[in-house]
Design a protein around this ligand. Structure first.
Ligand code: FES
Length: 154
């Protein structure tokens, strides 16, 4: 691979929108593995842009560095990951992503209604969560977490 195909940490930061310090941190976590040139400076593969873009978005969805690390470990180190590699990696990721999307959709659709959190502060709570019935499912906003309100039959 030509030296010109390698990116400096500055180029990577500029293209990904990540700070140089964040990229260095991701390196310490094993999320990217740059080479060093004869002057000891880091040189990254162009495909590291995709890796770090994935890290950026996965973190925005609330995935931990540990979870992201485990996912990226499924990609080959010795060569640029191809479509098949990413597809294989995303299979394990898809289920968790679907669960997060479902929770976010419930949040979007129910934020003006009773979320079963126990506050009983909305008029709708009397109907959807009488006497905080939702607490039987456990702590937290139960209707955002997937439990359904038990609406008494008229
Ligand atoms: S919104 Fe909190 S209990 Fe209904």
């Amino acid at each position: 691979m030509r030296a010109s195909d390698r990116l400096t940490i500055g180029h990577l930061a500029e293209r990904t929108g990540l700070s140089v310090s964040a990229i260095r941190y991701y390196e310490t976590q094993g999320l990217v593995k740059p080479d060093r040139n004869s002057g000891g400076q880091r040189r990254f593969l162009r495909s590291d842009i995709r890796r770090l873009s994935f890290v950026l978005i996965a973190q925005q969805f609330g995935f931990t560095i540990d979870q992201i690390c485990k996912l990226l470990q499924q990609l080959p180190d010795a060569r640029t990951p191809n479509k098949k590699d990413w597809a294989r990696m995303s299979n394990g990721f898809r289920k968790e992503l679907d669960a997060k999307i479902e929770t976010l959709s419930r949040l979007r659709d129910n934020l003006d209604g009773c979320i079963g959190c126990g506050c009983l502060s909305l008029q709708k709570c009397a109907l959807y969560n009488p006497r905080d019935h939702a607490r039987i499912y456990g702590a937290g906003p139960r209707y955002l977490m997937g439990n359904r309100p038990q609406i008494p039959k008229a």
